[in-house]
Design a protein around this ligand. Structure first.
Ligand SMILES: [Mg+2]
Length: 199
């Protein structure tokens, strides 16, 4: 049995620098959903239409092996527009999660922004990324965002991430014209993974 400790023993001794890291700092790849991990379907409202893009699993696996974790950040204005139901959104994310688990891949959490227009949680604003950093011990400076639009890469830039990669899966979008071009583009998850792992 432990002896009762004296008061003086209860006070932590000053620790060396190397011992100061209590919480593991997660490095995360923030993933947009539509046009990034699954095929882009406008206002997707049917779990049966979930179709993973080529090389998604392969690329994510390489990143996971290198110690990255994943969070989904997806704008879902279809909810406030009445085009996507909460039930179907939940079912769609469950289906994505299950398929990823089958591939040995885990998502920390799915974040969605059920708003339209300007909103702090809605990309290109970084609200979902900051929320994730409150929920988990994430080192944003070692984290990245992958998306198919400038709203994604801009959200990553505003959040102070290490980098943002724009997938060329979606044609150039006029509505993103006011946002800065992404410095890095990739054809798919595997190419993006290779880029990140080359750092
Ligand atoms: Mg997208």
């Amino acid at each position: 049995m432990d002896k009762p400790r004296k008061e003086s023993q209860l006070v932590d001794k000053p620790r060396k620098e190397s011992q100061l890291v209590d919480k593991p700092q997660k490095k995360v790849i923030f993933l947009d959903r539509d046009g990034t991990i699954i095929e882009n379907v406008l206002y997707l409202n049917d779990p049966l239409k979930v179709k993973f893009l080529p090389h998604t699993f392969e690329g994510m696996r390489q990143l996971a092996e290198a110690g990255f974790e994943f969070a989904i950040v997806t704008n879902q204005s279809g909810i406030v527009r009445g085009l996507v139901t909460d039930e179907n959104l939940t079912a769609i994310h469950k289906k994505i999660e299950n398929e990823l688990v089958e591939q040995g891949l885990k998502i920390l959490k799915f974040y969605h922004a059920p708003f339209k227009g300007e909103h702090p949680m809605r990309k290109p604003n970084p609200g979902m990324i900051f929320q994730a950093a409150k929920d988990f011990p994430i080192d944003l400076k070692e984290s990245w965002i992958f998306g198919d639009r400038r709203v994604d890469t801009e959200a990553g830039r505003k959040a102070g991430l290490k980098g943002s990669i724009q997938f060329t899966t979606t044609e150039y979008l006029e509505m993103d014209a006011h946002l800065p071009e992404s410095e890095v583009t990739a054809a798919d998850m595997l190419e993006a993974a290779n880029f990140v792992l080359s750092f």
